[in-house]
Each structure stands twice: as C-alpha cells, then as structure tokens.
Design a protein around this ligand. Sequence first.
Ligand code: PNS
Length: 166
Amino acid sequence: MNTVAIYPGSFDPLTNGHVDIIRRGAHLFDRIVIAVLINLEKAPLFTVPERVAIAREVFAGAPNVEVDTFDGLLVDYARRRRAGVIVKGLRAVSDFEFEMQMALMNRKLNPDVETVFMMPTEPYTYVSSRLVKEVVALGGSVHGLVPDSVEKRLREKKLARETLRA
Ligand code: PNS
C-alpha cells in the first residue's frame, strides 16, 4: 500500500513545530505532502511562493516530503492527490476543539480520508506562526523555534519594513 498523507496549513512561516510533525509523518507514511493554503483573504507576511521555497529548502534532503499549494476544499485536494490521510499537529487542548470540528467536517465531506493527529516534541508545544511573527516584529528572538533559513528571512523582512517606514 502506498499511503500519501497531506499536511495542510498556512505555514506563514514554517516553524520547528511544523518541521517536527512533518518529520514524524515522513517516518509513518510513504509520502507526505506539505500543502500550503492559497488564502486570498489573509494578509500574510510571506508570499505563497516564499513559503513554498522555504519548505522545499528545509526538506531538500527528504525524498518522501513534497511541497505543493492548494485552494478550495482540503478533501477535494486530498482526492486529487489520491491521499488517504490528513496529518494535523495537536499542541494543546486548546487546539483540540477546532481541530475536531474540522476533522469531523472533512470526514462528512469525504469519508475516505482519515485525519491523523500527532503531537510535536514538548519544546515546541507553545510555538505558533502567529506568535513567532509577533515576537520578531517587537524585536524579540525566535532562535531555535524556527529553521535557521526562516529566522534569516524574518530578519530581512523586518529590516525591509523598517527601511520602508524610515
Ligand atoms: O495553518 P492554518 O492556517 O491553521 O491551516 C488551516 C487549514 C489550511 C488546515 C484549514 O484552513 C483548511 O483546511 N482549509 C481548507 C478549506 C477547507 O477545506 N475547509 C473546510 C474544512 S473543515
């Protein structure tokens, strides 16, 4: 059996919590596809091509990790990719309620796709893309919480924004 799993998200930006879940997924499944959501409503820090480039860079040495984009319903994308699994990370009980709603809605929409939850290693249980962006914007360090390439790009974005404002 060739099990393809989809790991969907905004990844704005990719954190070490995401990386941890993807590595775990890559051990469990034949292929894991990092599916970057194309969301025209949000005002992201990184463009979709930037987020795709970051993920490709981080997983360059992982042959069964693929990076792709999607829009529309996740279960439709999963069907197109012939994926039987959606991988989600659960950091804390606070994630559970919404994740359960999404998992059950996705099951209703497509009973052939199973959602599998995985927990990241403890040091990353408090890490989120939103907090990472906030800390960097306010001058704090996120060293060790995001891949080095993300840390560098965050610094560049901050500098670019400060230069624009000056
Ligand atoms: O990283 P995020 O922003 O928390 O990821 C959210 C994501 C992409 C997993 C979620 O918004 C999603 O699945 N969007 C696709 C639209 C969809 O299928 N909606 C119905 C699912 S219940």
